[in-house]
Write a new protein. Structure first.
Length: 365
């Protein structure tokens, strides 16, 4: 089934719709004709993709903290969604060291509040809960992590995401029996996402854009750390495919799935910056790895995505060069004509769909 057929005129609730991934998902679902309802705090950065593209237009935009269980439950139950995408989170590793309590409250208790709201939802609903690739107990081995591997990283952010996965599994087994549950739930794990519209602190692409647009150096804390960098639209297409499949197949209820690149498609932070430099003027950077102190950040993390390929026929379709090019083009368009950035967003979604169609992915046909 195509995305258009699946989501047109459906009520879709997104938590965290003002964030990086949430803004892109909101724009995409609006394109598909969905009735989008968003639950989030104010946009977490300034600038903000959500604000710049005026995404609040044509949707229901609610300001609710997912740590507020009463308000969250009332919103979810009253909207009677056909689909739910839970993206709201405290998503920054370094910030989790500064405020671990906020991180745990948002990422674990917030997720449990969403799950508790589902217990009061008396209708068919497919819910995709997004955690992170960092939910795994990362020992920095060379293999991609599978969905059955151990949970729990060393930092508060990673540990909170691992704990959220345990809470999801527990709640499903306790309250949402596979055979009879009207609400079907699955978790999605992805990470190392780049693309236009991200201005979060301590992320390499926003760091580059902020520095270079002001003709400054960008400091590279960990230039040799490697990641399977993927464009934001890659995992979002996976989340959409998972939601459709979940609404049709009870066997996917309760399943976690990884969404990422093939395990061998990794590049270092330095390689990413060098690739970005091909699409930007007045580029400068400085290796400060030997002179800066900071909390632990993993150097190697990969996912095995065989399960999503098997069950959803999903796989990533963009190479490293195109991923970086599309990201840089979005930011260039923003700094040249910020009032027109909604057009750039829509055009990139269309371009990505065309690429997926050429690769034969069913959702794009």
């Amino acid at each position: 089934m195509t995305l258009q057929k699946a989501f047109n005129a459906k009520t879709v609730l997104i938590t965290g719709h003002t964030g990086f991934k949430g803004a892109w998902l909101t724009a995409w679902l609006k394109q598909l004709g969905a009735k989008v309802i968003g639950i989030a705090l104010e946009p977490p950065t300034d600038p903000s993709h959500f604000v710049a593209a005026n995404l609040t237009n044509g949707m229901t935009d609610l300001r609710i903290d997912i740590r507020n269980q009463v308000d969250l439950e009332e919103a979810i139950v009253s909207t009677q969604p056909d689909f739910v995408f839970h993206l709201a989170a405290q998503a920054l590793v370094r910030r989790s060291y500064e405020d671990p309590v906020e991180t745990w409250q948002t990422n674990l208790l917030g997720t449990m509040h969403v799950l508790e709201a589902f217990r009061k939802l008396d209708k068919s609903c497919a819910a995709v809960i997004i955690t992170s690739d960092k939910c795994y107990d990362n020992v920095e081995w060379v293999w991609g992590y599978r969905e059955t591997d151990a949970m729990g990283g060393p930092d508060p952010y990673s540990a909170s995401k691992g704990a959220a996965e345990l809470a999801i599994r527990s709640h499903i087994k306790s309250y949402f029996p596979k055979e009879t549950s009207k609400v079907r739930i699955a978790s999605a794990r992805a990470g190392n996402v780049i693309g236009g519209g991200d201005w979060a602190a301590d992320r390499i692409v926003p760091d580059c854009v902020r520095a270079w647009s002001s003709e400054n150096f960008v400091e590279l804390r960990n230039p040799h750390s490697t990641r399977p960098w993927q464009h934001v639209l890659e995992p979002l297409s996976g989340y959409l495919c998972l939601a459709i499949a979940l609404s049709q197949r009870p066997d996917l209820h309760g399943e976690p799935l990884n969404f990422g690149l093939q395990a061998q498609q990794t590049h270092s932070v330095l390689e990413l910056v060098q690739q970005m430099a091909l699409h930007w003027k007045q580029v400068r950077w400085e290796d400060v790895s030997g002179s800066t102190e900071g909390p632990y950040e993993s150097g190697l993390l990969k996912l095995n995505c065989d399960k999503s390929l098997h069950y959803l026929q999903w796989h990533a379709v963009m190479g490293f060069e195109d991923t970086v090019r599309m990201s840089a083009e979005w930011y260039r368009a923003y700094y040249q004509e910020p009032a027109q950035i909604a057009l750039t967003t829509d055009a990139q979604i269309a371009d990505y769909t065309t690429i997926a169609k050429k690769h034969g992915l069913m959702w794009a046909q």
